[in-house]
Design a protein around this ligand. Structure first.
Ligand code: SAH
Ligand code: DHB
Ligand code: MG
Length: 220
């Protein structure tokens, strides 16, 4: 089976199950025009994130790694009118692209975009007294274990933590890897396994973004 087939099936599922969405299409166009890497979640995974927000009855969502806001828009739309999504982006230029996309999606009031390195921003969210129903971790993989630790503090009992890119075309199993991103995510697995605050699993995904995976961890 080829990766082209995986991508074709993703497109088929989107066409046959999900409504056409001109705003999401415009967002991806704006991202490409601004030169952002096309490393957002796929449409089907975006719809999964939205569905998970509904399952945990999310009012408050935390995202680490905004890029152009494609995943944030999926999740923010899944919130009630008084819901709020806080999303953290380190790159100010990228954050400006996201800000314009949030306006395009008419979500400016529902999305609180914080520009800065997540490890600098997260302590402030604790001080502000936030309690999130769901956290989506999708930034620099080197800090994945640290982000999961912050999520344990910031996500309420029964809430959900979702971590992207935990398979990386199978490279996650490479005991000899020296890639800091792989090492960071391997540390995440080790930390999650030992962490009594979470019930976690991970699974592989194929589609338009190749072969990767998600970790889901329920805050006990
Ligand atoms: N969640 C997005 C994709 C995020 S890509 C989507 O699916 O649409 C990863 C993003 O994390 C990039 O925009 C990158 O600039 C950002 N990033 C990298 N290191 C970061 C850090 N230390 N803190 C916050 N954001 C970071
Ligand atoms: C890549 C993909 C991602 O989903 C991400 O968050 C970061 C990088 C990539 O394919 O390089
Ligand atoms: Mg990702």
């Amino acid at each position: 089976m080829t990766s082209e087939r995986f991508a074709e099936v993703d497109h088929w599922i989107a066409r046959h199950l999900l409504p056409p969405d001109p705003v999401l299409d415009e967002v991806l166009k704006a991202n490409a025009a601004a030169g952002l890497a096309a490393i957002d979640v796929s449409r089907v995974i975006g719809s999964l994130l939205a569905l998970l927000c509904g399952l945990v009855r999310a009012h408050r969502v935390l995202e680490i790694g905004t890029l152009g806001g494609y995943s944030a828009i999926h999740m923010a739309r899944a919130l009630p009118a008084d819901g709020r999504l806080v999303t953290i982006e380190a790159n100010p230029r990228t954050a400006e692209v996201a800000r314009a996309n949030f306006a395009r999606a008419d979500l400016v009031k529902r999305i609180d975009l914080r520009v800065g390195k997540a490890l600098d921003v997260l302590p402030g969210l604790v001080d502000e007294g936030h309690a999130f129903d769901l956290a989506f971790i999708d930034a620099d993989k080197e800090n994945n274990a640290a982000y999961a630790d912050w999520a344990a503090t910031l996500v309420r009992p029964g809430g959900l933590v979702v971590i992207d890119n935990v398979v990386r075309e199978g490279r996650i199993t490479d005991d000899l890897s020296t890639d800091p991103q792989i090492l960071g995510t391997r540390s995440l697995y080790a930390a999650m396994r030992m962490d009594a605050r979470f019930e976690a699993t991970a699974f592989q995904i194929v589609g338009t973004k190749g072969w990767d995976g998600l970790m889901l961890a329920r805050r006990r």
